[in-house]
Design a protein around this ligand. Structure first.
Ligand code: PEP
Ligand code: MN
Length: 335
């Protein structure tokens, strides 16, 4: 970290500041120029709050050299992280996977028929929400524990590994046989939940919050990684902007930016980021071309009567068409 001192900062103030930093275990490199004194703070500055330093009266400006997300950073881990599920499915580092299924598990018949359809179309993982974070408390909240059981049935029936969203750390035992635990956009900064998930040795699919920066997404991943769980998949799912023709705005540039900053796999959710089924295929293709490590797509057997997110759900037929185009584009992906 580099600190530029104000012109009027005197020697004793700078000495006091240096002593305070040294007491915290940092080495200080002092450079005295004609106009400004510059202080280089050497050591692991990830625990230093840059804003605390910026707020000091003697400080003109501060710059971080090191990313505040140490474990997630590519600087500390040059190779792409490849996550391997117990069934052998790999994601990241050139392994591309498509996760598909309904927004929420509604019945045994529904989840099994969608699971079979998406598998036949080429999906390699099944998604299905059992606990649903709904804006209204009066909307369908998911089948909860029964939903998890039905996902297990679908997994047994099709062999597809399953992804499902967790909303509360107290539910962790219920997710024992879920292959990838999803943290939804609304919980991206539920730090207590993230800490608990850091204690698991199971992949976590971490979605970007509705109004969060990429640095905040990486800091949330850091909470999980810092606990020792090395298996985090980042997911761009659109952010809230002033645009009203879409549910959210898909930030496609997140893919190359995250790949540059981090070694973690990056997948894209074209369903929640657009909100409309007709927009899902073009955005899925764009994300594939931009180098995403995978996609997560909502597919429903009867979108018009879905209990959640019907307007953005593809029919199995539309999903099958999408898969053909995604597979055609894959060899040209910019990765
Ligand atoms: C979901 O995947 O169904 C979901 C609720 O997604 P998000 O957290 O991105 O809104
Ligand atoms: Mn949904």
């Amino acid at each position: 970290m580099i600190v530029i001192m104000k012109k009027n900062a005197n020697k004793s103030q700078i000495d006091n500041f240096s002593s305070w930093l040294k007491a915290m275990g940092f080495d200080i490199h002092l450079s005295i120029g004609t106009n400004h004194t510059i202080l280089g703070i050497v050591g692991d500055t990830s625990s230093l709050d840059i804003e605390v330093i910026r707020a000091l009266e003697i400080v003109e400006d501060v710059k971080r050299i090191q990313d505040p997300f140490k474990n997630a950073s590519r600087k500390f881990h040059g190779e792409d992280t490849v996550i391997t599920l117990p069934c052998g499915v790999k994601i990241g580092g050139g392994h591309f996977q498509v996760i598909a299924g309904p927004c929420s598990v509604e019945s045994e018949k529904q989840i099994i028929s969608v699971a079979k359809a998406v598998k036949a179309a080429g999906a390699t993982l099944l998604r299905g929400g059992a606990f649903k974070p709904r804006t209204s408390p009066y909307s369908f909240q998911g089948l909860q524990e029964l939903g998890i059981k039905l996902l297990m049935e679908a997994k047994k029936e099709t062999g597809l590994p399953v992804v499902s969203e967790i909303m509360d750390a107290s539910h962790i035992p219920m997710f024992e046989y879920i292959d990838i635990i999803q943290v939804g956009a609304r919980n991206m900064q539920n730090f207590e939940l993230l800490k608990q998930l850091g204690q698991l040795r199971k992949p976590i699919l971490l979605k970007r919050g509705l109004a969060n920066t990429l640095q905040e997404l990486l800091m949330s991943a850091e909470y999980i990684l810092a606990g020792g769980n090395r298996e985090v998949i980042l997911c761009e799912r659109g952010i809230r902007t002033f645009e009203t023709y879409t549910r959210n705005t898909l930030d496609l540039s997140a893919i190359p930016i995250l790949h540059g900053l981090s070694h973690l796999p990056v997948i894209v959710d074209p369903s929640h980021s657009t909100g409309y089924a007709r927009l899902v295929r073009p955005m899925a293709l764009a994300a594939t071309a931009a180098g995403a490590d995978g996609l997560i797509i909502e597919v429903h057997n009867d979108p018009a009567n879905a209990l959640c997110d019907g307007p953005q759900s593809l029919t199995p037929e539309a999903f099958s068409e999408l898969m053909k185009k995604v597979n055609a584009i894959r060899p040209f992906a910019d990765r």
